[in-house]
Design a protein around this ligand. Structure first.
Ligand code: GLN
Length: 508
């Protein structure tokens, strides 16, 4: 049996007990990544470092030294997080040096990465993403789209598409993503894996390349809920290097996975089941809700009337913050520098940014600059801040009546590559169910439910069930998701990952 059929938790357990050799795990993982190159999930593989780390873990184990909770488990990192031993591109050409073509090498690790290393995880490489995490399909990457392992004519979702596809294809049992408006949950849903967006402030963003700082969060993507819980336990917690990281104690997420959910009050927001929702997604999500009733959960319908303003509000605030955050890419401090013959430093800024940023990033910088400009600030930015408060109040109010909310993660299964690239608005609407939680700063998770039926030559596609809970109540999400995973109808489970890898990316 391949080690890559095992979860993060199981690999770590076996490496600690000596049943599994970390170096074997590392080698299998590197081979699987090579075989799956057509998926385009990885932008960089840290081959030498992974082998070295794995050998060191095996040597420490042989000496009887204590091992970390993720001992020998391969974890891939979205290329929006800084890693000291690998280039960091954010999916953009602007971080690539013009002269050498080499990617920017940060002199430090993001806190989440450092904590994973301390827990003895194997940091195998950097995964593809939409440029600066702006997108819902990975088609905005300067390095080409990621293909969905279930159907290579379809998108893997975004912006953490490389992380989601790598886990779904069985290349790694776990990965790290970032979620500003859905970028962990939506690709997790479209690829059929578990993805967690922790509460704003739960995980340090130190070393995460900033997109929209009032929304960005780092979180795990894994085959199974328990492993997501374990990875979150490792990366969560206060960090003096990120003033927005919370000092609230980290929950016992793995223990929460065994907890009984009988009596849990689950709200079903009616605004998430309206026009635009794919009927098969609706049917499969409702099936899951019905099955949870059998577990003693109390289901009740709730209303969140400001849901429909989520997309507009998010795309004003996120673009405003992005325009400010991306001002630092000026050809002086990082990567690319394009120097025209005349025009001095101003021309250099312009030429560098023109050559370095892709069309979606430029669109957002323009939108963001517009909504912040004198005369429009009040009408757009300030108003959006007020609506954000209303969206948050919807959550405060329903969480007075229910413990958890359930809804679809994405209105449709994975769409076709190219289907939405000419229509930014339809792409933005793909985020309609993930944006409100981000605006409210609460926590949410996507777990697979029954995939769509295969029809003729059309393969079955994953569907994600989104669970949402109040700020710092991640334990509730894990209890419910783990219960659901246990009872999920057979068809809603992923096949063993390597089978998927073979189906999606045949080595021949
Ligand atoms: N798809 C959303 C966007 O394009 C969210 C991205 C994210 O969460 N990073 O902005």
């Amino acid at each position: 049996m391949s080690a890559l059929e095992l979860s993060v938790l199981e690999i770590a357990r076996r490496v600690r007990s000596g049943d599994l050799v970390a170096l074997d795990v590392a080698q299998e993982c590197l081979q699987a990544i090579k075989r799956a190159a057509p998926l385009n999930a990885f932008l960089h593989v840290s081959e030498a470092q992974v082998l070295e780390t794995a050998a060191r873990i095996d040597a420490r184990r042989a000496r009887g030294e204590p091992m970390g909770p993720l001992a020998g488990a391969p974890i891939a990192i979205k290329d929006a997080l800084c890693t000291r031993d690998a280039p960091t591109t954010a999916g953009s050409k602007i971080l690539t040096r013009s002269a050498t073509g080499a990617g920017w090498r940060p002199p430090y690790d993001a806190t989440a990465v450092e904590r994973l290393r301390r827990a003895d995880a194997l940091i195998v490489g950097k995964t593809n993403l939409d440029e600066f995490a702006m997108g819902s399909s990975n088609e905005n990457s300067a390095f080409g789209p990621v293909l969905n392992p279930w159907d290579r004519t379809r998108v893997a979702g975004g912006s953490s598409g490389g992380s989601a596809a790598a886990v779904a294809a069985g290349l790694v049992p776990g990965a790290i993503g970032s979620d500003t408006g859905g970028s962990i949950r939506q690709p997790a849903a479209l690829c059929g894996v578990v993805g967690v967006k922790p509460t704003y402030g739960r995980v340090s963003r130190y070393g995460l390349i900033a997109f929209a700082s009032s929304l960005d969060q780092v979180g795990p993507l894994t085959y199974d809920t328990r492993s997501a819980a374990q990875v979150l336990e490792v990366i969560a917690g206060h960090d003096p290097l990120d003033s927005t990281s919370s000092t609230a104690p980290v929950g016992k997420y793995v223990d929460a996975c065994g907890r009984d959910v009988a009596g849990l009050r689950i709200g079903v927001p009616e605004e998430y089941f309206q026009e635009g929702l794919n009927p098969e997604v609706e049917r499969n999500v409702r099936e899951a809700i019905d099955l949870l009733t059998d577990r003693g959960c109390h289901i009740q319908s709730v209303s969140m009337p400001h849901t429909r303003y989520g997309v507009a509000t998010y795309y004003i605030l996120a673009t405003a913050e992005a325009a400010s955050n991306l001002a630092r890419y000026d050809g002086v401090r990082f990567g690319l520098r394009d120097e025209p013959h005349a025009g001095g430093v101003t021309a250099m800024y312009g030429a560098t940014r023109d050559a370095g940023f892709g069309p979606e990033v430029k669109r957002r910088i323009l939108l963001g600059t517009y909504v912040l400009s004198a005369g429009y600030y009040e009408a757009y930015y300030k108003k959006a801040q007020k609506v954000r408060t209303l969206v948050k109040r919807d959550f405060d109010s329903v969480f007075g009546q229910v413990d958890v909310l359930i809804a679809p993660t994405s209105p449709t299964p994975a769409f076709r590559l190219g289907e939405k690239t000419d229509d930014p608005l339809s792409m933005y609407l793909a985020d309609v169910f993930t944006l409100p939680t981000s605006l409210a700063g609460v926590c949410a998770l996507s777990v697979p439910c029954r995939p769509t039926e295969a029809v003729g030559a059309e393969p079955s596609l994953p569907v994600g069930l989104q669970l949402m809970a109040p700020a710092f109540c991640e334990e509730r999400l894990f209890s419910l998701a783990a219960t659901w995973e246990q009872m999920a109808p057979k068809a809603s489970r992923l096949g063993p990952p390597p089978q998927l890898a073979l189906k999606g990316v045949s080595p021949n």
